[in-house]
Design a protein around this ligand. Sequence first.
Ligand code: ADP
Length: 424
Amino acid sequence: MASFSISSSTIRLGIFISTLVIATILVFQLLWLRKIYNFEQKEFDHSVIKAIRGLYEDMNVSNYNYAHLNELVENPQPNLYLARISLPLNSDSLTSYLHYELEDFGIFTDCYTGIYSAGSQKYIYTGLLKSAVTNGKKISVIPLLLRPYDHLTLYFPNRRQYILAQMNLWIISSVVLLVVLILFGASLYYFYRQKFLNETQKDFIHNFTHEFKTPVSVISLAADVLKNPSIAQKPDKLAIYAGIVGYQAAYLQSQTEKLLNFAYTESDQLHFSKEKVNIHELIQEAVNNLAPLISEKKVLLTLELNAASPFLVANRDYLIIVIVNLVDNAVKYSKKPVITIATKNTGSLMILSVKDNGIGIEKDQIKNLFKKFFRIRKEDTYTAKGFGLGLSFVKKIVVAHGGKIKVESEPGKGSIFTIELPLQ
Ligand code: ADP
């Protein structure tokens, strides 16, 4: 058993580290993509500025000193450039030079151009320099920014798509990496689940053998003794052996019932009828069912039945199973059991709690308690009999009644299981 807990925690550590590594790789990949995007944006800006410089040189369109080109070009939006020019000038040759310069500097995306006259505060020419490469959105008007100087407007509506298209290779490789990481994570998870299922299956078979083999061997030994004709002359012994057979048979029956209950409810949702029940009576009935165990383990049992309104609408058999399981666990997992079963009403709720002074439960195990087949692997608990099905069944019943179950526990001191059920 110890080997399972070690390998299982090693796998958990492995999964934790892998998740951390995957998350780090993803974060770095995203930062990397962002960096490339910023770089491509800068490249685009530089290329546009260079194309404008080329245009100034080709056409001598500016009287300004274009050694300080950055001062002559305004970039009010990422995809909009206003370059100072001196009017008048020939729009046909301007656009053909501009087209040539843009392509020369590797800008292959549609560019809307406009020649703005500060005197008339409007475009005196607009046109589209179409690129064969991009096929993005078309616009009908280009942004008009009123400036006190004549300028040439260059507007690239598809700049973002164009830059992203330049990053195609990076984006595709990131998506491939993401898919590989997701597949890797999924296979790790699958492997862990498979391993957990295998272990719980092994565990179940171990428990099953343990739970059924011992009573069957005891019964067959007792039967051998009972077969002996001399036993008829010893009525005391006869009674003892008959008692042993009866006790073991009852035990087998209760375990079989547990398994059948589980198998039955496993295949389907819980279906049950509800009636008005008195929780105090159900507690009493559960305690009566457990009387042999209570006296065998010399349990100090206290009932604090303080619920002023003990009536609930619920299924009595299932609620008895809930109480029996909780008290049975409280006895099983306590060395010298001192147990308190308490009830109270809070608002429209019935609160039922079972408190013990047992071995308690570590904090990190509490979330697993209600999983099927889960048993805590410690020397002192593992000797207690069980399949690890009780609490999962208890939770199923409580939830089906619209209630909740909570556990508070301190290792070495004891546990308290609290159930909240709606009164209606
Ligand atoms: P089983 O008792 O058959 O193992 P349960 O589902 O009832 O199965 O309980 C699951 C596990 O929770 C137990 O194996 C035990 O380790 C732990 N447990 C349950 N109740 C208590 C309790 N009152 N005190 C300490 N541990 C408990």
